[in-house]
Design a protein around this ligand. Structure first.
Ligand code: CO
Length: 172
């Protein structure tokens, strides 16, 4: 089921999410809804807090370029209670967010990330990545801590963003 995505400056997005303790039906429904919502809104990642659920749950699905950006469900990485265990190097990437729709800006992130997480059945996994997934996991992890990518911009860029955002809200 597609759920409503909370948009900046909704205060719920600033809430810190709590770890998942039960890998049950409720969690599976949440994950399924998160996938439906992410794909419906053309996102590559979504954190549970973005649909108002303060749990440490993320979904990431990197579109397949060769297949017109398809995002088959079986390609979804379901990330529960993630821990970033090793972060190295630096990279910059133009990020966007379903909670800050229509705004894109360069953000500096670690280039290499090793992270540990649980899947929907409670099995533990470890992944090391230095490609787009590394950016995505850091962006989504920030959501669990109540942080949006616009909070990682320089003061100048942030001011510019706030101005643009206010202007846009008025137009609505
Ligand atoms: Co986001």
């Amino acid at each position: 089921m597609v759920r409503e995505v909370l948009v900046y400056p909704n205060k719920i997005l600033k809430q810190k999410s709590e770890p998942v303790t039960e890998f049950n039906e409720e969690l599976h429904t949440l994950l399924d809804d998160m996938y439906d919502t992410m794909v419906a809104k053309n996102g590559v990642g979504l954190a549970a807090i973005q649909i108002g659920v303060p749990k440490r749950v993320l979904v990431i699905n990197i579109p397949i370029e060769e297949q017109d950006g398809a995002q088959p469900k079986e390609n979804t990485i379901e990330v529960i209670n993630p821990e970033l265990i090793e972060c190295n190097g630096k990279t910059k990437y133009q990020e966007g967010c379903l909670s800050v729709p229509g705004y894109y800006e360069d953000v500096e992130r670690f280039a290499d990330v090793k992270f540990r997480y649980y899947d929907r059945y409670g099995n533990v996994h470890e992944t090391k990545t230095d490609d787009f997934l590394a950016i995505a996991i850091q962006h989504e992890y920030d959501h669990l801590e109540g942080k949006l990518f616009i909070e990682r911009l320089s003061i100048l860029k942030r001011k510019k963003f706030e101005k643009e955002w206010k202007k846009r809200q008025k137009k609505k």
